[in-house]
Ligand binder design. Structure first.
Ligand code: 5GP
Ligand code: ZN
Length: 151
């Protein structure tokens, strides 16, 4: 699969330049915290990116308000994609970090119309560990949530 590689020099994030209008984009929607525009890659027709207006490298760098606004915009865009393209399926995808599959280090969410045999493929290596292992993972996360993870 061809992967896009952002060759922008440091400090000149490609999506920040797009938000500032320094490079063109096919804009779909914008509000105070987010912007939605057509992905140049168009994995399937109607493929939209929803990004924060402010530079936040990943989901973990976005504020709770920005994260909520991005999902709200993705929901609006998904409804518009259904109205305009009527795909039989639709997928949200959000990647963080190079190992998470992120190629542009400015928080964004993909809204992707899905079709039969559209060429999109994931391997999803299920492990199905015993219940005690799941309980241990949940305990670690509850402890992390209690000690505060919002900053
Ligand atoms: P990621 O791999 O980080 O989840 O997604 C980055 C996406 O940004 C890719 O799908 C790529 O096609 C898209 N992209 C990269 N540069 C530009 C650009 O200048 N304009 C637009 N509209 N999309 C871009
Ligand atoms: Zn940026």
């Amino acid at each position: 699969m061809p992967m896009f590689v952002d060759t922008s020099p440091p400090g000149q994030c490609i999506f920040c330049r797009l938000v500032a209008g320094e490079i063109p984009s096919a804009k779909v929607y914008e509000d105070a915290l987010t912007i939605a525009f057509m992905d140049i890659g168009q994995v399937t027709p109607g493929h939209v990116l929803v990004a924060t207006r402010r530079h936040a490298a990943t989901l973990l760098d976005a504020t709770p308000e920005e994260a909520a606004a991005a999902m709200q915009t993705a929901h609006r865009v998904a409804l518009a994609v259904r109205a305009a393209f009527d795909p039989p399926g639709l997928m949200l995808l959000q990647a963080n970090g190079a190992l998470g599959g992120q190629t542009v280090a400015h928080f964004h969410m993909h809204v992707v119309p899905r079709h039969e045999a559209d060429g999109i493929a994931f391997t999803w290596p299920r492990k199905e560990p015993p219940a005690a292992v799941l309980a241990g993972y949940a305990e670690r996360l509850r402890a992390a949530l209690q000690s505060g993870t919002r900053d």
